[in-house]
Structure formats: C-alpha cells, structure tokens
Unconditional design. Structure first.
Length: 193
C-alpha cells in the first residue's frame, strides 16, 4: 500500500470553486499537483524530495508559489472554514518551523551579510506560522521570521477576525492594544495575563 497522499473526488469537488480560471494553456492535473503540495507540506520535505508520482518538483513549487501569491490557498482555507466549524470562538496560535539552512538567500550569504533569521550558532533558521483558526479549521495564516513577537503576528491577523464571541490565545498575545482591538470588535479575550 502506498504512503502517498491523494485528494479524493469529494475533496476535489469542494476545492474546485476556489481554483483560478485557466487563461489559455490548460493547467497540469490539479489533483496530482495539489496532492503533491499537501504531501510535501505535511511531511516537511524539500520540493526536490517530492515523489515522482506527483510529477516534476518544479511544477509543484511553481503552482504553490503562484497560487500563494494570488491568495488562492488563503481563499480556500477561509471558504472551507466558513462552511463548518465552531461559529462563536476562534483561536490564535504560533507554530515554530525549523527551516533548512539553505532556505535563506544565498545572495545575502555570498556578500558576507548576516541573515536576520539566523541563530548565534548560524546553523538553523526559524519561521513562525501564526494561525487564526476555529477548532480544527484554519482561517488565516501569517508567516514571520523566528524572532518576531506574537503581538506582531496578532496585529497582522487582527483585521481578518470573523464575527465571533471569543478569542482564545496564549500569554504572548497579552498586550493592551490587542485586548482593546478585540473589545472594539465585541470579542471577549481568553488570554492568560
């Protein structure tokens, strides 16, 4: 049995309304490419490590980059989250991701400048994926460098808060301006002091 991930017909039917219209040239098989993108992201692989069953790694990367820049994946997440889930509560959280040391700009390294995301040991780089989600369903995502505070991530996600009663968050989101912004929106904060 294969360990590869494949989107089902039902899943594809739910995603298709969010696909951008093809202009001229037909797109490569959507199921194959999107399944490959999910597989790569779920397993934390480099694009080059994509199993050959998903097609060329460059195709996967190009689709992911193009659709990310156009907001297609963000619209998918928002649309799918709106269909189901808890309507009264959202959660804000941060997930720390360790990036491969080759993930930083090689041009910056060649000039001798230090990447702002590098630790003192110079071995690892970190990014933080800040999530705004309803239980089990992501609503929005904001990626920052590892040293950026939770309050900066909260500021970036604040405008995308849906009409809910409660926001659950960790201690890092305990800042006065954020509590005030939530209060102005009629949202009660459940954030430890």
């Amino acid at each position: 049995m294969s360990d590869l991930f494949w989107l089902t017909d039902a899943q594809m039917a739910r995603l298709e309304p969010y696909f951008p219209k093809s202009h001229g040239k037909l797109r490569v098989n959507d199921r194959r490419v999107l399944s490959g993108i999910i597989f790569i992201n779920r397993n934390g692989l480099r694009w080059r490590d994509a199993p050959k069953e998903y097609g060329p790694h460059k195709t996967l990367y190009n689709r992911w980059k193009r659709w990310s820049e156009r907001g297609v994946f963000a619209k998918m997440m928002a649309g799918l989250a709106a269909e189901h889930g808890e309507k009264k509560t959202v959660m804000i959280d941060a997930t720390y991701l360790k990036a491969h040391r080759t993930a930083s700009s090689l041009g910056v390294k060649k000039m001798g400048a230090r990447s702002p995301d590098r630790t003192d040991q110079g071995r690892h780089e970190h990014e933080i994926a800040r999530h705004l989600r309803q239980p089990g369903r992501p609503l929005n995502l904001f990626v920052t460098a590892g040293q950026v505070s939770d309050s900066i991530g909260a500021r970036a996600l604040c405008d995308s808060l849906p009409d809910v009663d409660w926001l659950l968050g960790e201690r890092g989101y305990e800042v006065d301006w954020f509590r005030e912004a939530l209060k102005d929106k009629g949202i009660r904060a459940c954030i430890p002091g």
